[in-house]
Design a protein around this ligand. Structure first.
Ligand code: NAD
Length: 342
């Protein structure tokens, strides 16, 4: 033996050098091992690490590839606190629905931060939904009034039921009110409420604002769906749908009058809900607080029962890596992870 790796034959390489021990965690296993509590803990921890400077996201790449109308990209980052390094790669293929596949497709790839070696391949579709729901749930846990009783849902697409289930666990909610631009989708939310024994009502947007103590928006809208004057004092709003330049779910005046929190300020002002309020001069970047500061206790969070708090959940790569890392750990512990070598 001896000499550099390049000088040695393949047979001489140790199993580690040869890339042994790559874990495979399928979509089905992710669903089995990562529930809402595990996702909540992973997302809360990584938001805290981002705010303390221990974790950071790398610039996002997102491109129209000029084939199949697809948008493809990757979100990547490093969490020094959790020692998680990796990338979520995937995007949006609008024609998938005709092939009986989910339009959003993604895979998480984790590397060993000490060596750069490939460590795990993890299905990212279920994890994306559960980590997005965990983000709004973390915001409710830290920012909503303790006496919140009515949950308002704006949006009834694929993500909405994940959002609903995670949110309902954060406070003693007694009722759900919901609105969607395509009302026929609302039966999805109604079915979850029926399963959980939670009263449910489909309402108009003004009534939703008047009744709800906590509101989640999770649509693909490009215009404000909720106006400032409809929202009552003390409401907590989690804006989760706006994750791209041009998308918008609420009135920019609402952000101007609220205390605004986010997962990552850079994304909030560029592709998140705050992009419009910042561009029109109604909100300053400096007025947006990373929610990790509230989790870490370096920001007090909600000041009183009349304040409107708004969480701009833009979706960061570190969320994906955090839940994928949890999935690998849990799948390995339960003997459910596959194993391959390159
Ligand atoms: P979906 O396609 O299943 O549902 C879309 C929802 O938006 C439905 O309620 C639909 O009625 C509504 N809608 C569609 N077009 C609209 C329009 N022009 N105006 C207003 N509403 C419209 O999508 P989904 O998977 O539930 O995702 C919802 C949104 O959340 C998307 O914008 C998606 O990009 C975003 N998202 C954000 C994150 C994050 O981390 N913040 C993560 C995943 C998805």
């Amino acid at each position: 033996m001896g000499g550099s790796i390049e000088e040695r034959s393949f047979e001489e390489l140790s199993p580690v050098d040869a890339g042994a021990g790559i874990s495979l965690v399928s979509e089905a296993v992710c669903e089995q091992v990562v529930g809402r509590p595990e996702a909540f803990t992973a997302v809360e921890s990584v938001f805290a690490a981002m705010a303390s400077g221990a974790a950071y996201n790398f610039p996002v790449v997102r491109e129209a590839i000029g084939h199949a109308d697809a948008l493809y990209g990757f979100k990547s980052g490093f969490d020094r606190a959790g020692m998680v390094l990796g990338v979520k790669s995937g995007g949006y293929w609008p024609g998938n629905v005709d092939k009986n596949l989910t339009n959003h497709q993604s895979t998480v790839i984790l590397f060993d931060p000490d060596t750069g070696q490939l460590r795990s391949l993890v299905g990212g579709n279920y994890l994306t939904a559960v980590r997005t729901a965990a983000a709004s749930a973390v915001s409710i846990a830290h920012l909503a009034r303790k006496d919140a009783r009515v949950l308002g849902m704006v949006g009834a697409g694929h993500q909405s039921t994940f959002q609903l289930r995670a949110a309902l666990e954060q406070r003693n909610f007694e009722k759900v009110v919901a609105w969607n631009p395509h009302p026929e989708y609302l039966s999805r939310l109604a079915a979850v409420c029926e399963e959980l024994g939670m009263p449910f009502a489909a309402v108009e947007r003004e009534q939703l604002g008047a009744e709800a103590d906590v509101i989640i928006t999770i649509t693909s809208a490009f215009e404000p769906l909720l106006m400032k004057q409809w929202i009552k004092p003390g409401t907590h709003i989690a804006c989760m749908g706006t994750d791209t330049k041009g998308k918008q779910e609420v009135d920019p005046e609402l952000l101007a009058s609220a205390s605004v929190f986010t997962d990552e300020v850079a994304q909030s002002i560029s592709i998140g809900e705050a992009q419009h309020a910042v561009a029109s001069g109604l909100l300053n970047e400096a007025d947006i607080t990373p929610i990790g500061e509230v989790i870490n206790g370096t920001h007090p969070g909600r000041r009183d029962d009349l304040e409107i708090t708004l969480f701009d959940g833009t979706g960061v790569g570190l969320q994906d890596l955090a839940v994928a890392s949890a999935a690998v750990e849990l799948a390995q512990a339960k003997g459910l992870a596959g194993q391959v070598s390159l």
